[in-house]
Each structure stands twice: as structure tokens, then as C-alpha cells.
Design a protein around this ligand. Sequence first.
Ligand SMILES: N[C@@H](CCC[C@H](N)C(=O)O)C(=O)O
Length: 303
Amino acid sequence: MSMIEAGSERPLRLCWRSLHFVKYHGLGNDFILVDNRDSKVPKISPEEAVELCNRNFGVGGDGVIFVLPGVDGTDYSMRIFNSDGSEPEMCGNGIRCMARYIAKLENAIESRSYKIHTLAGLIVPCVREDGQVVVDMGPPNLNPAQIPTKLPGNEKGFVVRAPLNVSGKTWIVTCVSMGNPHCVTFGEQGTQDLDLDALPLEQVGPLFEHHQMFPARTNTEFVQVLSPSHLRMRVWERGAGATLACGTGACALLVAAVLEQRAGRKCRVDLPGGPLEIEWREDDNHVYMTGPAEAVFSGTAFL
Ligand SMILES: N[C@@H](CCC[C@H](N)C(=O)O)C(=O)O
């Protein structure tokens, strides 16, 4: 028999199982981290992740990240469930948090790199002694079919400065995958600069996320160019909504800014939660992200 708790649609559980977790954040993009090294299967379901991420009825977070055993010679594997229960291929702020968590679990006392298998391929974070984490995010993918987007590529086959009609307004967008899909815009057609503070993100964000041109939905970065080495962004994340930071998004916007000849290959990217240093190196075509990741608290959740 189940009873309904006052003020919620949730049945009152008469028995439950417990789950140890550690809460981390990367510039305010916050995650519930689970030590899942004893199993190849995540300890909780996507539905339970939705409950855990609820900021009133659960722990609260933008996602749940699992530290799983490595495969094919990697040290570990990462899987993540967004706060809506969907599973993205990669998570930039999240992998910095995971690297710090692994260093804690291993009682690492010096700088250490980890080979981590993800659904986006091999990602290599390095925890520095100052606590900053440098992540080799791999190469960007500009192939429209693999981003994926239905927007047509230009003469080089890339979606760069393409028009996208969003509820009657034409935005100019560049699409990049960092293992997960990103739609980057510097503003509407015919406008010079995007006023990020005036942007109605809660209204316009979902229109991009669920746009028919993005069969797997998309993360969307709205960008202001402060200088050729200094960018500012707000983000509407696929499966999480408006977040304070998006690491893969910061990488995608740097690539888009270079392709649109708005910035150089090494930039400071200001997100609402703080700055990241992003570099798209010509020698290996990889994107590198440097930023913090902090543990906030640990606890036991009841499921
Ligand atoms: N905030 C993350 C991105 C997490 C996944 C994203 N919501 C998606 O569904 O692709 C980051 O820092 O990259």
C-alpha cells in the first residue's frame, strides 16, 4: 500500500534502498557523483536520476554522473543522466568533477591524468596540483549528419553562419558536436551584437532545443564577443535547461567563433558561473578546456 505525501504526487515509500553520493559542481553546473566502480551498470535508473536531481524533493543537480570501470584499456568509464533522465554522450564540467572525484577516491597526492571512456569516445582529464583540471576534449565534429543536424552544410560541408528560423525570427547559427550536439549563435540575422542580459532564455531556449532541425535535440549557446580572446555566453542545455555553465558548450562556441572568424584559437569564455580557458589547437585539432571542479558535500540518498 502506498500513501501520498502531503503536497506531492509521490507515493510515500514504506521501504527504500540507500545510495551514497558526492555532490560536485563545475562553475555552478552541479552533479551528483556515484562511485560505480563495482559494476558496469549504473546503480540507479534514469527515472531515479530525475528524482535525485529534483531541487525540492531530491538532492538537486543538473545530472547524475557514474564512475564506472574502464573498458578497452581506459582507467574508467563515465556515463551521465541529465536531470530530465536523458543520457548525453559527454559532459565537460562533469568530467572535470569526475576527475577530481577519482583523484579523491585514489588518494592521489600529485597531478594525475586519467583515460576515461565516454559515449563520445576517449576523454583525458588531468588534475593539476592547484586543483584546476585540464581536459583534452578531443576534436570537434563538424559533419552535419553526425552532430546531428538537418541544416545543410556550406561549400566545405560545415554548418557555419547558417540561417535558422525560430518562431518567425531568423537566427544565424554554427553547429558543432563535442560528442554532444551544440547550436551556437552570435545573434539574429541583421543584428550586430547579442544583448545576453536581455535574452529571454527561458522562452527561446526550448524552441532551439526541440527544433526540427535537431533530431537528437540540441544544447544552445548564445554568445557575445568581448574581444578576439574573450567571449561571454549563456546556455540552454539539452535535457537540463538554463545552467550556470556548460563545458562542452564553451568548447563548441570557441570552435564556432574561430570558424566565423570572430575570435582566435585560445580564449577566456565567461559563463554565468565563472570563466573557462578554452583552446582549439591546430597541431592536433583537439580542443582543450581548463577550469575548476569542487566537491560540496556527500550524503546518502533514499530511493
Ligand atoms: N553541462 C554539460 C553538458 C551536459 C550534457 C548536455 N546537457 C547534453 O545533453 O548534451 C557540460 O558541461 O558539457
